[in-house]
Ligand binder design. Structure first.
Ligand code: FES
Ligand SMILES: [Fe+2]
Length: 459
């Protein structure tokens, strides 16, 4: 049993008065600049969105053993994600209950308890207050549960991906993911044992609102323009006309790729129809990078017929899977958006490795993972900077108060272009902004719904 503490915050209201006209701010085909620039809207999002829906926290491979922990954020809440002594994964508030300081100052480690650096209160990794220095100075019983660390009341994993929410009424995670769970399955199942482990991260920070990153996560419209230098470089290195810009020849909408919206703000952009279904098909799509030919020759020498199937394990999966509000699977990366303020965001790219389930030659795994890191140096290093430059420049543009609107109406109102399917999902051509129109419906729903939010503490 745990003790729930309900959070009483009427959405979008101040003293019982509606703060904003949400239907005006987010319309079907356009959004008002204020949703990207207004500190009060940002503050409401930190409860209504990063609290009201499932937010990605971490991957189970980052806390593989009992008492392992890592520190993360859910919106602006500092958290310690810990696997306690009984193997249960918890999301503890990284905030001492005495006077509120950050309890754990490490990024990761292994600890059965945490001692506050300020006055030395000591907490078990279950969140329970274990003891305080010189307890005879307190008249009351310090075993009162109110002194135990706050915790995210609902923490669930889907195939290793850990999410949390404060919303007691949220659907179970797997149901919430719905149709996108199958795409996550496909992303995982091409790896040995159907799993990956997280290695290190490539960290970016930009001066812009977090939604600018999510608005771009399924955008197939910008690629040929924003990433032109990267695509042309790929063409030059590849020495052929089948990569890079070639992919965007004529209209990208004429290419075999598309976007699908799957509900709850989630969507994916699927370039897998371009993939040749043969060993080496994925490897063939990989952009040029140093050492590639050497590895390919070495794999062919060592593994013969099997070489290309093994090289495919290093290839980047050509699908962008986005779970609202802060999680993407992109190539071989897990990308996470962490809001820091209304106009400041972390965009973190966690690399992933394959593990040997016994089906791989023992000496292949290290090389596959080394190569996986090299392939990941392509887009994350040379493409993400293009995107981040756009996010920062949008934020600047949005500071012009009298020029109010951002348009997201590409594909809107063209008969037959956007397709509704019987399972409730929506497909559209790759350059369409249908994904953005749909995730903003979910954003508005969350911002305007009174939610059943709570934190919990050990009793
Ligand atoms: S703030 Fe943590 S012990 Fe005082
Ligand atoms: Fe991009």
């Amino acid at each position: 049993m745990t003790a729930l503490e309900k959070i009483n915050s009427p959405p979008g209201q101040l003293g019982g008065t509606a703060l904003y006209d949400w239907d005006y701010l987010v319309q079907e085909d356009r959004a008002h600049r204020l949703i990207y620039t207004d500190p009060a809207i940002f503050e409401a999002e930190m409860t209504q969105i990063f609290g009201g829906t499932w937010t990605y926290l971490a991957h189970e491979s980052e806390v593989p053993n009992e008492n392992d922990f890592i520190t993360r954020h859910m919106g602006l809440r500092p958290l310690i994600i810990v696997r306690d002594g009984e193997g249960k994964i918890r999301a503890l508030y990284n905030r001492c209950t005495h006077r509120g300081t950050t309890l754990c100052r490490w990024d990761k480690g292994n600890a059965k308890s945490f001692q506050c650096p300020y006055h030395g209160w000591n907490f078990l990794n279950t969140g329970r207050l274990r003891g305080v220095p010189w307890p005879d100075g307190y008249a009351e019983d310090m075993r009162d549960p109110k002194y135990n660390l706050a915790q995210v009341p609902r923490v669930e994993s889907y195939r290793g991906f850990i999410f949390g929410t404060l919303n007691l009424d949220a659907l179970p995670l797997a149901e919430h993911l719905g149709p996108i769970a199958k795409i996550i399955d496909e992303w995982l199942d091409r790896n040995p044992g159907g799993k990956v482990v997280v290695c290190e991260a490539n960290r970016f920070r930009f001066k812009g609102n977090w939604k600018l990153a999510y608005d771009n996560s399924c955008d197939g419209y910008h690629v040929a323009y924003s990433h032109r230098s990267l695509l042309e470089t790929e063409n030059r290195f590849a020495g052929e006309n089948a990569k890079g810009m070639a992919y965007y020849r004529n209209s990208p909408d004429a290419q075999p790729m598309y976007m699908r919206y799957t509900g709850h703000g989630n969507h994916f952009k699927d370039k897998r129809p371009n993939l040749e279904k043969r060993p080496g098909g994925l490897w063939a799509l990989e952009s040029a990078h140093p050492g590639m030919e050497h590895y390919e020759a070495e794999f062919l020498r060592r593994y013969g017929d099997r070489a290309f199937a093994l090289l495919d394990l290093a290839g980047s999966e050509p699908v962008n899977i986005n779970v609202f509000p802060n999680f993407s699977l992109l190539g071989n990366h897990i990308q996470v958006f962490e809001p820091l303020g209304v106009a400041e965001t972390n965009a973190i790219w966690y690399g992933t490795m394959v593990v040997n389930d016994g089906s791989l030659p023992a000496d292949a795994v290290t090389d596959i993972n080394a190569l996986r890191m090299r392939t990941q140096e392509g887009f994350p290093n040379f493409g993400e900077v293009d995107d981040i430059a756009n996010f920062e420049q949008i934020q600047r543009g949005l500071m012009a108060v009298e020029d109010e609107w951002v348009y997201m109406h590409r594909g809107f109102g063209i008969p037959g272009r956007v397709k509704q399917h019987p399972d409730g999902t929506i497909t559209a051509p790759a350059t369409d902004e249908a994904f953005m129109r749909e995730h903003f419906k979910e954003w508005k729903r969350l911002m305007t719904t009174r939610q059943n939010l709570a934190i919990t503490r050990e009793p």
